[in-house]
Design a protein around this ligand. Structure first.
Ligand code: DP6
Length: 420
């Protein structure tokens, strides 16, 4: 590196993942990633599930490079290339007089980037890591290259990395408007309400064990678009009405309506998967047992206490109406799905452990002592499903992306631009 080429300019950001309560399933344009219907999601607290990304530029870098969880990956894919191209074309002049760095708009095209990304949750657990990943890539590059775009405009770039990523540009509840333009400029995300609006909600994710190789969302939804008549009906007749009702439920914090719509939409998405040729099975027996448990409980209470939703895999995302219900939900989940005897509670319930405390559970023996509730009428002991769940994560609705100013949290070295 020549003396004048020695500077490295960096930015680090943290971006949450999200879970759809009205699902995106099906594209009308595969390259631009334009959906066949609007969707709505809730952003998950980045404390428990998020991606951190550091991006850097330097005249000394010879090519664009990326590392995911410490391992170098290829950036040659069309989706990465789309995001990089869209961001570079919007980059603006930048100057840091103190460091003697001056980059003009036209120079950004010639500068290569280094990107390092890290998920604070297992990438292989099927927890929408691509949504947080692409959102963080776009957000951090936009900061580095001094883009003037609004978060919604950035969401239209993140969308081209992975559809669901566009909804991770905001906290709280978020709507991805499908848009109508052929070039995709109006297919973007908007925030419906921020994370404080409905802050009673508690989210418990059950990460299901024994995961077989699943069909990716991308290829699954391509098959559904080509073969499922139910998908056409859903996109045209069902989702538009559901979106209106869901926005209303969220605005009014109306849990009964929210839960009814969330569960129905998850079930219809999985029905579309079954209606696909060849059929796609994302949920498994454990997923079905969890649905049974929630449905039974909601019915016995006479009003919804918990909503469930499942993405392209067997993991359950359970949304409890408040902390009290969440504590009861955790008791019930731990009663039916206790950990294997070699596990410790600390690695079995992750995230916000105060819910465990509320549930009166401090040790494994407290799990063993749990009683079935409500008790079986015929006194037959309930069947338990030890080992079917890998772990639980307790979380809540969370905030959108943020820049991380603490340089010690950067994933790239500020001198070399290589992973720390
Ligand atoms: C079931 O966003 O992963 O999670 O756009 O092809 O990258 P691509 O698909 P992806 O699909 C997510 C599908 C879903 C529902 C949702 O998040 O709305």
């Amino acid at each position: 590196m020549a003396e004048s080429d020695k500077w490295v300019l960096m930015a680090t950001a943290q971006t949450p993942t999200n879970i759809a309560v009205i699902k995106y399933w099906g594209k009308r344009d595969e390259t631009l990633i334009l959906p066949v219907n609007d969707s709505i999601s809730v952003t998950l607290d980045p404390k428990h599930l998020c991606t951190t990304t550091t991006v850097a530029v330097s005249p000394g870098f010879e090519q664009d490079r990326m590392w995911l969880n410490g391992k170098e990956i290829s950036l040659s894919g069309g989706r990465f290339q789309s995001c990089l191209r869209e961001i570079r074309s919007r980059a603006c002049d930048f100057e840091d007089k103190e460091k003697g760095i001056k980059i003009e708009k036209k120079d950004w095209e010639k500068l290569h980037v280094h990107i390092a990304s890290y998920n604070n949750f297992p990438t292989a657990a099927g927890l929408a890591s691509s949504a947080a990943g692409f959102a963080c890539l776009v957000f951090s590059l936009a900061k580095l290259m001094n883009l003037k775009e609004t978060p919604s405009q950035l969401s239209a770039i993140a969308r081209q990395g992975s559809g669901s990523a566009c909804r991770s540009l905001f906290g709280g509840f978020v709507k991805w408007i499908m848009g109508g333009d052929e070039n995709g400029s109006d297919s973007l995300a908007v925030q419906l309400v921020d994370e404080e609006h409905w802050n009673e909600l508690v989210i418990i994710i059950a990460v299901v064990s024994s995961r077989q190789k699943e069909t990716s969302s991308t290829s699954g939804m391509r098959d559904s678009v080509e073969t499922s008549l139910l998908l056409q009906h859903r996109a045209k007749e069902i989702v538009p009405k559901r979106i209106v009702k869901m926005e209303e439920a969220i605005k009014n914090c109306d849990f009964s309506s929210f839960a009814q719509l969330t569960c129905a939409d998850s079930n219809q998405f999985h029905a579309v998967c079954l209606d696909t040729c060849p059929p796609i099975f994302y949920m498994n027996d454990t997923s079905h047992k969890i649905i049974g448990l929630v449905e039974k409980w909601n019915r016995s209470e006479g009003s919804a206490q918990v909503a469930y939703t499942f993405d392209a895999g067997p993991n359950a995302v359970l949304i409890a109406r408040n902390r009290n219900v969440a504590a009861q939900l955790l008791q019930r989940l731990l009663f039916f799905f206790p950990p294997n005897s070699d596990r410790d509670l600390n690695s079995y319930v992750l995230g916000d452990k105060s819910i465990l405390h509320d549930a009166g559970i401090e040790h494994l023996k407290d799990v063993e002592a749990l009683q079935q509730s409500p008790p079986e009428i015929n006194n037959i002991p309930a069947q338990k499903y030890k080992g079917e769940i890998n772990y639980f994560i307790c979380t809540k609705p969370g905030r959108g992306p943020v820049l991380v100013s603490d340089e010690s949290k950067a994933l790239l070295n500020s001198q070399t631009g290589l992973p720390n």
